[in-house]
Design a protein around this ligand. Structure first.
Ligand code: UDP
Ligand code: MG
Length: 315
């Protein structure tokens, strides 16, 4: 059975269209499926609609968080639920249908051919601002050069075999980055390309601040490159110090010693800012360790359509 995992945050307008489109497509392709909605603590009527759908169609399920935990948590909740329901593979897709659902059938075919991870890669980035594009590009470049994971054009739209789902579910880390983790686990991978579609209803749920925090946490989660960079800077400064020392000594010997406070103040400022910068980087990693060792759950489930069904049947 194929599980379709759909994270949803304030997507009341999109739930019905998404589930109708996807079930229609999979029914006509004769694929045995279930749809799992992860309601990421929506404030609108998303959960009511999911519940109503689950009542009328047993193939539709949903879990609801106690608050907004973010898309990452919603995806992982979906993966856990899919494993619980005994899926043999699962596909993660956005609720706004920016990921063309027709591709699911093609991805499922590839899975049947023996591929264990089928990634859908963006052939173009859709309508995004220039700043956003530049930001995304430099982020992916940094990730590639430092961690070796090529995430260019990567999206969360992926089909995963049960083995991959189990591997991901076994990961202990709290701060996850689904896109990179599903590449990190390995397995037999292939990809298909898609054009990003315009959003169905509403607007994007990501603010620039959230994206920046997300990028920072992903970089620190996957590479120690920023810390290495500090060591490199340290070595460079040491070399400069030696050169400057020799120069000063020679000048003094020739009785041509330089005067000037500006250089001294400049050097102090540079070294001071480098030290602060370095401390800041170490601080990020320290904060990350702190977050991880608290061992809090990634998300808290408040309601589950399967559980409410059980309750009502016991009445
Ligand atoms: N989403 C979520 N939790 C959040 C933000 C977003 O579950 O905190 C879901 C959202 O409902 C959608 C998907 O993640 O199904 C992608 O979000 P969005 O379309 O806002 O992002 P974009 O397409 O602009 O990257
Ligand atoms: Mg979207």
């Amino acid at each position: 059975m194929l599980s379709v995992i759909i994270p949803a945050y304030n997507e009341g307008e999109n739930i019905n269209t998404a589930s109708d489109t996807i079930s229609g497509l999979l029914d006509s392709a004769k694929i045995n499926f279930e749809i799992i909605f992860s309601d990421d603590g929506s404030r609108d009527n998303t959960w009511e609609i999911i519940k109503a759908r689950a009542k009328s169609d047993p193939r539709i399920k949903g879990v609801r968080f106690s608050r907004n935990f973010g898309k990452e948590a919603a995806i992982f909740a979906g993966l856990e639920k899919a494993a619980e329901c005994g899926c043999s593979c699962a596909v993660v897709i956005d609720c706004d249908l920016q990921h063309p659902p027709e591709l699911i059938v093609q991805m499922h075919e590839l899975w049947k051919d023996g591929y264990e991870v089928v990634e859908a890669r963006k052939s173009s980035r859709g309508r995004e601002s220039l700043v956003y594009k530049a930001f995304a590009k430099s982020f992916y470049r940094l990730m590639k050069s430092s961690s070796g994971l090529n995430l260019d054009g990567a999206s969360d739209y992926k089909l995963l075999d049960r083995k991959v789902i189990d591997a991901l579910n076994a990961m202990q880390e709290r701060q996850t980055f689904f896109r990179a983790l599903s590449a990190w686990v390995g397995f037999k991978t292939t990809h298909v390309s898609f054009e990003v579609q315009p959003r169905l209803h509403g607007k994007t749920k990501w603010s620039f601040r959230n994206l920046f925090k997300f990028a920072l946490s992903s970089v620190t989660g996957f590479t120690n490159f920023p810390m290495h960079m500090m060591t490199v800077f340290g070595v460079l400064f040491m070399v400069m110090t030696v050169v400057l020392g020799v120069h000063t000594f020679v000048m003094w010997f020739l009785n041509k010693s330089m005067t000037g406070f500006t250089t001294v103040i400049l050097l102090l400022l540079i070294i001071g800012s480098m030290l602060m910068f370095g401390l800041g980087i170490i601080g990020y990693y320290l904060a990350k360790i702190y977050e991880e060792i608290k061992f809090r759950p990634r998300y808290i489930v408040n309601e589950d359509t399967d559980r409410t069904k059980e309750l009502s049947s016991n009445d």
